[in-house]
Write a protein that binds this ligand. Sequence first.
Ligand code: ZN
Length: 295
Amino acid sequence: MFLPFTQKAREVALHEMPDSQRIESCKTFIASVVREEAREFLHLNPEDAVKCYATCNAIISGCPFPLQSRFSKGYARLALNVFRNDAETTLDYAKELFPSLLAEGEDFSINLFEFLNSEQDPSLSQVRSGKVILAYEDICYVLSNLVVRKLMSLPSIDLPSPLKTAAESLTAELYQPPAPGSKVNSLSLQCVEKVKSGMPEGQRYYGSLALAIACHADGLNKKDAEGVMLLYVKACQKGSNSFTDREAIACMDWVYTRGISSFRSLRGTPFEAIHSKCIGCPLRLGERQVGIRKL
Ligand SMILES: [Zn+2]
């Protein structure tokens, strides 16, 4: 089996504009993944697999965040099937991400530092003398989580027009923005979804602020909001300065204490830049909240 998101794949990747046939087959594939109908990756030779992966990535990066999220989860499920059924490919890929990977009887070990550096959930595993011990099934989960993260961290760039058109037609086919005037669930807004998938260093505080406001606007109690904040901390990339659970909770406390349900304070912050890419998002940062409840 050939995995298009591996280092080996990047080596054969070619930078060229996909032709219309490839764009069409990728659109069909993305739609089937989003609808959870796809059962496997497209069967192709390595070079085509890589080109298709790159094309799918480009198209999906032009779609709204909820679609990106559905695609990345669906795609990771397909990868999980491969991981479960093809130990040789899986361990090759695991070794690429975790060079310290070793077989330990039935199980495997990874250097603790390497493991934590990849932001994995340590509760998955047991730690023994500086090494994390994982069953094969845990390895499969770790890798599929990394596939989701890779796909959710695609940069949003201005796409060349055939790819942009493909993204727009997929969006029209697969995504229904909330009806105007309908009760808005802030936590499921595209921009807030994007924040939930993690923010880079330098933007993590603004992300936590946006998320705390969304929790408050949606009427979550503090305990549930705390759960949302902790997941966010996990999703954020670790920078040279850490962003801690305590900082995220403190931000949430600050928002809850002041009863802030409006996103207006986020004007001019990195959150506004994310929101500016939202398609059909009912959130208005710069105006009074007319006709939108709870924002
Ligand atoms: Zn938005």
